[in-house]
Design a protein around this ligand. Structure first.
Ligand SMILES: [Mg+2]
Length: 320
């Protein structure tokens, strides 16, 4: 969505007119992950983290376009353009602006949308082909390829979109944790942003996964030696679709991790090619998550490399 708003200042349809509004942030505040319960996880390095952006990566359009905006009778293009205009004029954060304008518009139209309504809207969010089966399939692939090594996969979502809507989607249960933007619903007359996850802010959550400190109540800034971190960056694959994913991709690539850029079947690959040439990602592919697709094959190739890397380190351990 950030992308959406940023690009909307100029052109709404660089990518087939899809307004990328919130790309993702939500914190499945359930204590997912071993570090969330408060006790530090063992640094066994046998977990692979697959981390996804949401809007434009798992879903074709910004999640607000499937139910929230239609419910108010607002054209997505106009809404995102207004967000861009207002944030620029007010020098306001684009994400806070969109979260504010959503409820300001609802109030103007006399439409009440509470938390339960947003969660229910998640059911209408469209997913790219193969997404629903993808998560279990990746678990099965890694189990099969890693043999007796006990290497496992955890799926994470890091999105500027809304926690509440993501919670209602069919794929919510597959995530070990979800870090996304979220509202306070009882602080003021209009819901107020509780947590806003910007593109650079996304990297905080990569560090949380890396260090096993997924409880947002715990500080992430304490030093932790690399060899004590439960999921090394080299065990990460990040999936994203645009400029808002650059900080995350850059962080991982600089630390031995991996990234794949995706584009919709109806979109051109220009942005992906740009990311690829800039060294932001290992591969790019159409957002087709079905078995045998280019995305499937390229992801498995990276998984094979990570599994081999884990086995090599395991074999070398203790040799002196
Ligand atoms: Mg996106």
């Amino acid at each position: 969505m950030v992308e959406r708003v940023k690009s909307l200042g100029a052109a709404y349809s660089a990518k087939r007119g899809k307004a990328v509004a919130s790309d993702g942030q939500r914190t499945k505040s359930r204590a997912g992950g071993r570090g969330a319960a408060g006790e530090p996880p063992a640094p066994d390095k046998r977990v692979i983290a697959l981390v996804y952006d949401f809007d434009g990566t798992l879903s074709p359009r910004p999640m607000q376009e499937y139910a929230f905006l239609p419910k108010l009778g607002i054209e997505p293009k106009e809404f995102w353009a207004e967000c861009a205009r207002v944030s620029k004029a007010e020098r306001a954060d684009v994400l806070i602006t969109y979260m504010h304008l959503m409820y300001k518009k609802a109030k103007e139209k006399g439409v009440r949308v509470d938390r339960a309504d947003l969660v229910a809207q998640g059911k209408t969010v469209e997913l790219y082909p193969g997404v629903e089966a993808w998560f279990d399939a990746m678990h099965a692939y890694v189990k099969k390829r890693s043999g007796d090594e006990g290497i496992t996969v955890k799926h994470y979502l890091v999105s500027s979109g809304l926690t509440e809507i993501i919670e209602g989607t069919k794929i919510y249960r597959h995530f070990a944790n979800v870090f996304a933007s979220e509202y306070w619903f009882d602080a003021y007359d209009l819901p107020f942003p509780k947590r806003v996850i910007s593109d650079t802010g996304k990297t905080q959550f990569l560090f949380r996964i890396n260090k096993g400190i997924e409880d947002l109540g715990q500080s992430i800034n304490l030093h932790m030696p690399e060899d004590e971190r439960p999921i090394p960056f080299s065990n990460f694959i990040y999936f994203g679709d645009g400029d808002t994913d650059v900080p995350s991709m850059a962080l991982l690539k600089k630390n031995g991790g991996h990234a794949i850029a995706v584009h919709g079947p109806d979109e051109n690959a220009t942005k992906c090619v740009e990311l690829f040439k800039a060294g932001r990602c290992d591969f790019y592919a159409t957002a087709d998550y079905r078995k045998g697709s280019d995305l499937w094959k390229r992801t498995c190739l990276l998984l094979d490399r990570i599994i081999a890397d884990v086995k090599v380190k395991e074999e070398a351990r203790g040799l002196g």
